[in-house]
Design a protein. Structure first.
Length: 230
């Protein structure tokens, strides 16, 4: 594992990707930030593109965090026992409790960040259990993710898990893989992309919680040093 001092250095991990200064394809947010967010929430809540998601909560609204945040976390999908029930991302179940613990390590709280998902509704299998989102579902939701990035203009996008890392390719291409690039900041689409593991229990097979805590500690140092959070 790479824990060199410059592991989260913005200048040390400039590729693959496009320099934040080189890509001007994203429009800037409108002056009426709150109104634009309310319109986006309305579009999300009225979305019916995915038949499997009918009847599920569309976990997107003020409870996702600050629309002025410089840090956007992108996870996989709402959990059946957590976000789908409470309509708050990464909250109310084991995964949510782990995420809260990791945020504390980074000295972050939800009021400083914005949290969303690659898929905004809870996908379930035929038995009613959590299931991975289908590729078409991720593609369908990518427009909402794109609009979220346009609105927030975050300096940092932190993907949580392989699904989220792949999902942001619908916004702009990258060649990152979770196993190889975890914990590094890469220039991507006028901002910095940082892949981390998902806080769910299955991810600990690949990245023990002790290493995930070190990832978040270093993330917190990066954000504090760059004045991304105050």
């Amino acid at each position: 594992m790479d824990y060199s001092p410059d592991r989260f250095s913005e200048s040390a991990s400039s590729s693959p990707g496009t320099s934040p200064q080189e890509n001007n394809s994203l429009p800037h947010p409108s002056p009426s930030h709150d109104q634009a967010f309310a319109c986006l929430v309305t579009r999300v809540q009225s979305c019916r593109l995915c038949p499997r998601m009918e009847g599920r909560s569309r976990v997107f609204g003020p409870a996702n965090g600050s629309i002025h945040a410089s840090v956007l976390f992108v996870a996989e999908a709402p959990g059946r026992l957590g976000a789908d029930r409470w309509q708050v991302p990464l909250f109310g179940d084991q995964t949510g409790r782990t995420f809260e613990e990791l945020l504390q390590v980074a000295e972050l709280d939800r009021q400083q960040i914005f949290i969303t998902n690659a898929v905004l509704c809870n996908p379930r299998d035929e038995h009613g259990n959590n299931a991975p989102p289908a590729r078409q579902e991720i593609e369908n939701c990518s427009q909402h993710l794109r609009e979220t990035i346009v609105l927030l203009q975050p300096r940092y996008v932190v993907t949580l898990g392989q699904v989220a890392l792949k999902a942001v390719r619908y916004i702009a291409p990258h060649d990152l893989t979770l196993a190889e690039h975890v914990g590094h900041a890469y220039a991507w689409h006028e901002r910095w992309l940082i892949p981390l593991y998902h806080p769910g229990p299955r991810a600990r097979v690949h990245r023990p919680l002790t290493l995930q805590k070190e990832d978040y500690r270093r993330l917190g140092v990066l954000l504090q040093n760059s004045d991304a959070v105050r």
